[in-house]
Design a protein around this ligand. Structure first.
Ligand SMILES: Nc1nc2c(ncn2[C@@H]2O[C@H](COP(=O)(O)OP(=O)(O)OP(=O)(O)O)[C@@H](O)[C@H]2O)c(=O)[nH]1
Ligand SMILES: [Mg+2]
Length: 983
C-alpha cells in the first residue's frame, strides 16, 4: 500500500502518480501493493472551504499512517474532518469490517457498524452507545489485547504467557477495597501475566493504568468504570484524563486492525510485531485542543517510575529553555534515535518530533505514552535554505513539501507548511544546533558582566556527573569595593577584605577576591590595547575604567606588587622587591593567614600547643622568605657597601626622621636631606672618628611597615642592617611611640633580635636516639610535649635539647632555626627641639634610648658614647720592648669581631705571630698587677697595653747539656715517617 498525503481537491490518480509517502520496510511486510488507496488530510474552515491540514494535524495523522500504512485509507467525506480507516489490504477486507471510530459521528457512515465491530473485537469492554465510550472501549481493548491478538501472540510469540481474563474487568471496578490476592487476580486479568508485587498501591496504580491506558492515575481513588477513573467530583472531566498523549487535531480516527488467522508462522510473527507496535501507538480518544485542557493535562501527567539519575538528566536537559521561551529538547531526549533507549522508536513517534516528544514507559507489559514536552517555535529565518536542502534530500518530508508546493494554490501557505514540516521532521538536527548556541550563550553570559542574572552552568565532571558552576561576573561596583578593600587592609589580606567588605556577597570567596585582584593587576600593568578592530576574544567583559586601573597600579606599587606577567627584574624598577615573586607572595599570604589564626585563637593551657605549632610554621615560612629565590644567584640589587673601620652602624628609621641629617652631622659626609619622604634612595656610608677608632655609619632609605615583606625596598635595607654591628633606630620624637614597635617587629621578622642575648638552650640534632629533653631548672613556658611538637613541625625526630634557662617557645624556635642575629640597638629620638621637656625626659629614661636634635646639634656626644658603649670596642695599645707604648694607633678588638683575647690580639696583628708568642706582658684594667705575664687566653680590656714576648730560637733545643743537637722536630709525631724496610 502506498501512503499519500495530499491536499483537498486533488485527484486520487494524481497522488498515485506522485506517491509521496512510502511504506517503511520495517513496518510493512513485503506485500504486493495492488490497489493503492489514497487518503488526504484537509481541514475545513469556518466558511466551509477546505484547506490543507496544518503540519501538526498532518504529522499526527502521518504517524498513524506510519503505524499501519498497509491498513489505512482515507475516508473521503465532505464533512469537517478527515477520517482515517484501516484496512488489511492483504486480506482484502472491506471498510465495513473495520473497527474504527471518529470523533464526529457524521464523518462515518455507520457508527453502529463500528460499535458492533468493537464489541466483536473488544469483548471485555462493556457495550456502549456513546461514541466516546466506544473509543474508550476500543482503547481498553487495545491496551488489554483483544482475544484474537492474544491468541496470535500466544501462538507466535509467547506460548507460555498467560491470557488475560477480561471477564473480571467488566463494569465498574473498585480497586480500593481489594485484597492483595484479588489485586493479583485483577492484575493477571488486566495484563495477562502474574505479578508477585505486594505493594497494594503499586498494584492498584498499575492496574488502573492498564485499564485506563493512561499514566495519569491518581493515588487517591482507584474506581474504574469503562476504562476511566472516576475521580470524586470530576467525573465530567474524566474523559480528558484518559489519554496521556495530547492532540490538537480536530479528528483522528483509529480503527483497530484485523489479523489474518490463516497466515503463515512468519506472517504471525510479523503481525505480532505489528500488534505490539499498535499497542505502542494506542492513543486515547480524541480531545478538543483547548489550551486549558491541554495545560491541565500536561500538569497532571506524572512519572510512573522512580526518578532515576538518567531520568533526572533527561528532564534537566529537556527543560532547557531558550530565553525566547522556546523549549529545547536535546537530541538525547529523542529516544527514537537510540536503539537502547527506553523511549519509543522513531517510527512510533509522531513525525512532529518537536511537538510530540513522547515517551512510552513500559507499564506491566503495556506501553503507556507520556507527554514529555511540547516544542512550539517559530520557523527559522533560513528555513528556505532548509527547504531547499530537503527538496534534495529525498526524505519523506521533503517529498511532502514538494507535493504540497505542487498542489497548493497559495504560495504563502505552501511556504509555511513546508517550513513547519521541514522543521518538525528535522527536529533532532535543530536541537543539535540549538545546544551549542545555548552553550555559547552561557559562556557569553559569563563574560558579559551582567551580574543581575545568576549565571549557573553545568560542567561535566571527570566521573561523568554534572557539577553546577557559578559564573557571576564582577560588576564595577564590586571591583571598586575590592580596590577599596585592598587600599584599606592591604593586598593579601583577602580573608579580612572578604569579611569586612564583602560580607554580604556570599558568592564572592576570598579566593575570588585574590583572583580578581590578580586580573586587575594584569589589566593595570598591561599595555594600552591597540584598537585595530581585531579582538581575538569574542566575549570581552565590560572594560574597567581607567581610573580604577590607575588606582590598582598605585596600590600595587605601594604594596610592592606587580602584574603576575612581569618578571622580578621589572619589579625593582617599579619599586618592587627582589623576592617579590609569586612564591614569595604566596608565603606572605600564608604567614598572614597563620597570624590571623593565632590572633583568633584564645591563649590558654589547652591552646598553647597549637599556638606553638603555628609559631613554628610562621618561623619556617619566614626562613623560606629570606632564602634567595630559586634559579637566581642570590645577589640582588642591594645596598652592599664595603666594610670599613672598626665597626659599622646602620641608621634605620621611617622616612623623614632625620637620618641623613644625622649622618651629615656626625660624619661630615653629605647625604641629601629634605622635608619630603624617601629622599634617600640608597645606602650612603660615612665615617665617624671617635676614640681613636673609625666607625662606619650607613644612611639608609626609610622603611615602612611591611618592610620585612619587601615593601619599599625594606628587605634590602634590613639586609644591610643585619650586616652591621649595631643598629641605630632613628625615631621622630614628635611622632607616635608605635613607630618603635613597628620597626622592632619588622626587624625581628627577618631574624634580627634587638638587645637580646642568645637563649641558653643547648640544641643538637642527632641521627638516632630520638629526642632527649632535659632542663637544668623548672620550666614554665615549655614542657616536653610542646618541645616534641615543635621539633616534629621541623621534622626533627632525633635531637638533644637542654634548657639552661626558663626560655620561651620563641627562644626554642630561634635556637632550632639557628639563623638569628642578636644585635645591639640604640633608639635615637631626633627632633627633640619640637617637643616639650617632659616628653624628652620620658624618652630619655627609656632603655637604650638617646635623645638628640640635629637642628640644634644636641646630645651628639652622648649618642656617640652610647654607640661606643654598645659596640663594645676594645682598644689595645702595643708596647715594643724597651720603648713607650704607641697610643696613636691602637688595635681595636671587639667581641663581635673575633673576640678580645691575647690570641685574638696576636691574630689581629699577624696570623703567624701566635706560634712565636711565648707570653705577653699586660698593663691595664685586665691585669692584676703591672705587668702581668699572660698567656694567649687572657682577655684584654679597653685601653690595655700589651707587650709580646716571643720565643727565642735557643729555647727550642733545651739548655746546657740537655741541649739537642739534632735538627729533627722535637715531637716524635712531627717527625717524618721512614719508609718500611724492604724484606
Ligand atoms: N625640627 C627638626 N627637624 C629636623 C631635625 N633633623 C632633621 N630635620 C628635618 O627633617 C627633614 C628630613 O630630614 P632627612 O635627614 O632628609 O630625613 P631622612 O630620615 O633622611 O629622610 P629619608 O631620606 O626620606 O628617609 C628635613 O627637613 C630636616 O631638616 C631636627 O632635629 N629637628
Ligand atoms: Mg635620608
Amino acid at each position: 500500500m502506498e501512503t499519500v498525503a495530499g491536499a483537498e481537491g486533488v485527484d486520487e490518480t494524481l497522488f498515485e502518480d506522485r506517491g509521496v509517502g512510502k511504506t517503511s520496510p520495517s513496518t510493512s511486510p513485503t506485500k504486493h501493493v495492488s490497489d493503492p488507496v489514497v487518503y488526504k488530510l484537509v481541514r475545513v474552515e469556518g466558511d466551509g472551504t477546505l484547506v490543507p491540514a496544518t503540519d501538526d494535524e498532518f504529522m499526527e495523522v502521518v504517524d498513524l499512517i506510519n503505524d499501519n500504512p498497509n491498513k489505512m485509507h482515507i475516508v473521503e467525506e465532505p464533512g469537517q474532518a478527515v477520517g482515517i480507516s484501516m484496512e488489511d489490504s492483504s486480506s482484502g477486507k472491506s471498510l465495513s469490517e473495520l473497527s474504527g471510530f471518529s470523533k464526529f459521528e457524521d464523518v462515518y457512515a455507520d457508527a453502529e457498524n463500528l460499535e458492533s465491530s468493537i464489541q466483536e473485537t473488544a469483548a471485555p469492554v462493556a457495550p456502549s452507545s456513546d461514541m466516546d465510550q466506544m473509543k474508550q472501549s476500543l482503547d481498553a481493548a487495545e491496551c488489554s489485547k483483544s482475544p484474537d491478538q492474544i491468541r496470535e501472540s500466544e501462538s507466535s510469540c509467547a506460548a507460555t504467557s498467560l491470557l488475560p481474563d477480561f471477564s473480571k474487568l467488566k463494569g465498574e471496578i473498585c480497586l480500593d477495597n481489594l485484597s492483595i490476592r484479588e489485586l493479583h487476580d485483577t492484575f493477571r486479568a488486566t495484563f495477562g501475566r502474574v505479578t508477585t508485587a505486594k505493594d497494594k498501591t503499586w498494584l492498584k496504580r498499575r492496574i488502573a493504568m492498564g485499564l485506563t491506558n493512561s499514566c495519569d492515575v491518581p493515588s487517591t481513588s482507584f474506581v474504574i468504570k469503562e476504562n476511566q477513573i472516576l475521580k470524586l467530583g470530576e467525573e465530567e472531566n474524566s474523559n480528558n484524563v484518559n489519554c496521556a498523549v495530547e492532540t490538537d487535531q480536530d479528528v483522528v480516527a483509529i480503527n483497530d486492525q484485523h489479523t489474518d488467522s490463516d497466515n503463515s508462522q512468519k506472517k504471525q510473527l510479523e503481525d505480532c510485531q505489528i500488534i505490539s507496535g499498535k499497542r505502542l501507538r494506542n492513543y486515547g480518544p480524541i480531545e478538543d485542543s483547548q489550551p486549558e485542557v491541554l495545560s491541565r493535562e500536561k500538569k497532571s501527567v506524572k512519572r510512573l517510575r522512580k526518578p532515576t539519575r538518567r531520568y533526572i538528566e533527561e528532564v534537566s536537559e529537556v527543560e532547557h529553555h531558550e530565553p525566547t521561551g522556546r523549549s529545547v529538547i536535546p537530541a538525547k531526549s529523542c529516544g527514537w534515535d537510540s536503539p537502547n533507549s527506553g523511549a519509543r522508536p522513531a517510527k512510533n513517534v509522531s513525525p512532529d518530533r518537536r511537538t510530540y516528544v513522547t515517551r512510552l514507559d513500559s507499564v506491566a507489559g503495556l506501553r503507556v505514552p507520556c507527554i514529555s514536552r511540547i516544542r512550539r517555535s517559530r520557523p527559522r529565518k533560513d528555513i528556505m535554505a532548509l527547504v531547499g536542502l530537503y527538496h534534495s534530500s529525498g526524505g519523506m518530508s521533503g517529498k511532502l513539501v514538494s507535493k504540497t508546493s505542487r498542489t497548493s494554490s497559495d504560495p504563502k501557505k505552501i511556504q509555511h507548511q513546508g517550513i513547519e514540516l521541514v522543521e518538525k521532521d528535522n527536529q533532532c538536527m535543530t536541537i543539535d544546533r540549538v545546544e551549542p548556541e545555548q552553550n555559547l550563550e552561557a559562556k557569553h553570559g559569563d563574560s558579559s558582566g551582567d551580574a543581575s542574572k545568576d549565571n549557573i552552568v553545568t560542567v561535566p565532571t571527570a566521573k561523568g556527573g554534572i557539577r553546577r558552576k557559578h559564573h557571576r561576573a564582577w560588576t564595577i561596583a564590586e571591583v571598586m569595593r575590592l580596590v577599596e578593600g585592598v587600599s584599606r587592609y592591604g593586598a593579601g589580606r583577602w580573608s579580612e577584605i572578604k569579611r569586612l567588605a564583602f560580607a554580604s556577597y556570599s558568592y564572592r570567596t576570598s579566593v575570588d577576591l585574590k583572583d580578581k585582584w590578580r586580573n586587575l593587576l594584569k589589566a593595570s600593568f598591561a599595555p594600552a590595547p591597540t584598537d585595530k578592530g581585531m579582538n581575538p576574544r569574542k566575549h570581552v567583559s565590560a572594560p574597567i575604567p581607567a581610573a580604577i586601573l590607575l588606582r590598582v597600579r598605585e596600590l600595587a606599587e605601594l604594596h610592592a606588587q606587580a602584574s603576575p606577567n612581569l618578571s622580578t627584574s621589572k619589579l625593582v624598577g617599579c619599586g618592587g622587591s627582589v623576592n617579590g615573586t609569586r612564591s614569595a607572595m604566596g608565603i606572605i599570604e600564608r604567614i598572614k593567614e597563620i597570624e590571623a589564626e593565632m590572633a583568633r585563637t584564645q591563649k590558654n593551657k589547652a591552646t598553647e600547643y597549637h599556638l606553638g605549632q603555628l609559631k613554628a610554621k610562621i618561623a619556617k615560612l619566614r626562613t623560606q622568605l629570606l632564602e634567595p629565590p630559586k634559579g637566581s644567584s642570590g645577589a640582588g640589587e642591594g645596598f652592599e657597601v664595603t666594610k670599613f673601620g672598626h665597626g659599622r652602624v646602620a641608621l634605620i628609621g621611617f622616612p623623614s626622621v632625620g637620618k641623613s641629617t644625622l649622618l651629615t652631622m656626625l660624619t661630615g659626609t653629605h647625604s641629601e636631606a629634605a622635608s619630603y619622604e624617601f629622599t634617600t634612595l640608597t645606602c650612603i656610608p660615612g665615617i665617624v672618628h671617635y676614640n681613636d677608632t673609625k666607625i662606619q655609619l650607613l644612611d639608609l632609605p626609610g622603611i615602612i611597615e611591611g618592610a620585612s615583606e619587601g615593601k619599599g625596598r625594606g628587605r634590602q635595607v634590613i639586609a644591610v642592617a643585619k650586616s652591621s654591628d649595631i643598629v641605630l633606630m632613628v625615631l621622630d620624637a614628635s611622632k607616635s611611640e608605635g613607630h618603635r614597635q613597628i620597626l622592632t617587629r619588622e626587624l625581628e621578622a627577618v631574624g634580627l633580635r634587638l638587645n637580646k642575648r642568645p637563649p641558653q638552650i643547648y640544641f643538637k640534632k642527632k641521627k638516632t636516639g630520638g629526642i632527649s629533653f632535659n632542663s637544668t631548672l623548672p620550666l614554665t613556658h615549655v614542657d616536653e610535649k610542646l618541645c616534641y611538637q615543635i621539633l616534629h613541625e621541623y621534622k626533627i625526630h632525633n635531637a638533644e635539647v637542654l634548657f639552661r634557662e626558663d626560655a620561651s617557645v620563641d627562644d626554642l624556635i630561634d635556637v632550632i632555626e639557628g639563623n638569628r642575629k642578636y644585635m645591639k640597638c640604640v633608639y635615637v629620638y631626633n627632633k627633640i627641639d619640637v617637643i616639650g621637656i617632659d616628653d624628652v625626659d620620658r624618652l630619655v629614661r627609656q632603655p637604650n634610648s638617646v635623645v638628640i636634635s640635629c637642628n640644634l646639634k644636641l646630645n651628639f656626644d652622648r649618642l656617640l658614647s652610647k654607640i661606643w658603649e654598645e659596640m663594645g670596642l676594645v682598644r689595645v695599645y702595643t708596647k715594643p720592648q724597651g720603648q713607650q707604648p704607641d697610643f696613636t694607633d691602637p688595635v681595636v678588638l671587639s667581641t663581635d669581631r673575633g673576640g678580645c683575647s691575647v690570641e685574638d690580639f696576636c691574630n689581629h696583628i699577624h696570623r703567624s705571630l701566635v706560634k712565636d708568642v711565648k707570653y705577653v706582658l699586660a698593663w691595664g684594667t685586665s691585669a692584676r698587677h703591672y705587668p702581668q705575664h699572660c698567656g694567649l687566653g687572657h682577655v684584654l680590656h679597653d685601653e690595655d697595653v700589651v707587650q709580646i714576648v716571643k720565643k727565642k730560637e735557643s729555647d727550642d733545643g733545651g739548655r746546657g747539656r740537655f741541649k739537642s743537637h739534632s735538627n729533627a722536630p722535637a715531637r716524635i709525631s712531627d717527625r717524618e715517617k721512614k719508609a718500611p724496610l724492604k724484606t
